[in-house]
Design a protein around this ligand. Structure first.
Ligand SMILES: NC(=O)c1ccc[n+]([C@@H]2O[C@H](COP(=O)([O-])OP(=O)(O)OC[C@H]3O[C@@H](n4cnc5c(N)ncnc54)[C@H](OP(=O)(O)O)[C@@H]3O)[C@@H](O)[C@H]2O)c1
Length: 275
């Protein structure tokens, strides 16, 4: 039976490229979710018998429930859920707007959690499924002005690591994908930017002011990233973590190795607080 993929945020970037890979594949059904159906016209050149378009703003629980119900009515199963919808925020911690942070958390974390909750009963009943959560290289390491974005993606990592343990015996796999900067709208229209006004943070002004350049100049190729995600979701051993690109791999490892050596350097102190 054809596997059904359900992908959020398919209007652009990774979601669009992955939806295209799934739509081209003869052995898969696609449920493409987006906030505006007109953004999904690019799917019209593929086999309509295997594609369902649904409107989902991931901050809207009613739309999530309706979208999942429509997918099940059409294809009966959901085999792969890709929690891709997300946005960014570039600002120093001190100058960040907390309403913007709350909204980003609603999209990047609570939206992902509500989508997952809506799909889990189906995957549990099937005793099979793959949940792919778009995390970030910035959940393996951090950079100035990306603090609140990293906070949402570190949340996605902790959530994914726990979920993986809870569903391990139910045939459900959980993969966190950690891409480096890639040429999508994430650093363009999907991000808010606050160039530091406080002089003490002036060193970070250029990196915020120039961030939109990543839309065309970031090293990551969204088409290659989408293909790797698709291939790994179909691999016999599905990775728990999938860092993609140099910054995620080398930058992530450098940070994690530093963390391990810092923890080990105070072993006696750490162990001194237990009876
Ligand atoms: N590109 C990178 O450098 C990079 C690196 C690491 C991780 N990521 C992550 O990868 C994921 C995809 O981003 P992208 O790089 O492909 O950027 P993108 O081109 O901006 O795509 C983001 C997608 O999320 C959707 N979206 C935003 N808010 C939404 C909401 N409330 N409800 C439903 N959909 C919503 C957007 O829809 P609209 O078109 O309607 O706004 C768009 O389809 C995100 O989770 C991002 O954090 C990106």
């Amino acid at each position: 039976m054809a596997k059904t993929w359900f992908i959020t945020g398919t209007s652009s970037g990774f979601g669009k490229e992955l939806a295209t890979v799934v739509a081209k594949n003869q052995d898969t059904n696609l449920v493409a979710a987006a906030r505006h159906l007109e953004d999904l016209a690019y799917l019209d050149e593929f086999d309509a018998a295997r594609i369902e378009k649904v409107i989902i703003d991931v901050t809207d629980e009613a739309q999530i429930k309706a979208g999942v119900a429509k997918a099940l009515e059409r294809f009966e199963t959901i085999d792969v859920l890709v929690n891709n919808a997300g946005l960014g925020y570039f600002a120093t911690i001190e100058e960040s707007d907390m309403d913007q942070f709350r909204y980003m958390f609603d999209v990047n974390v609570i939206g992902l959690a509500n989508m997952t909750k809506a799909v889990l009963p189906t995957m549990r009943a099937q005793r099979a499924g793959v949940i792919i959560n778009l995390s970030s290289a910035l959940a393996l390491t951090t950079l100035p002005t990306m603090g609140y974005y990293s906070a949402t993606k570190y949340a996605v990592e902790g959530y994914s690591d726990t979920l993986r343990q809870e569903v391990a015996d139910l045939g459900i796999k959980v993969m966190a994908v950690e891409p480096s900067g890639a040429r999508t709208q994430w650093s363009g229209r999907s991000s808010r930017k606050v160039v530091p006004a406080i002089k003490d943070y002036a060193a970070f002004s250029d990196s915020v002011a120039n961030v939109s350049d990543s839309v065309t100049q970031a090293p990551g190729d969204p088409k290659r990233i989408a293909q790797v995600i698709f291939d790994q979701a179909n691999a016999s051993e599905i990775p728990a973590h999938l860092p993609l690109g140099d910054f995620a791999y080398h930058g992530g490892l450098q940070n994690l190795e530093g963390l391990v050596s810092e923890i080990k350097s105070r072993e006696d102190l750490s162990l001194s607080t237990d009876d």
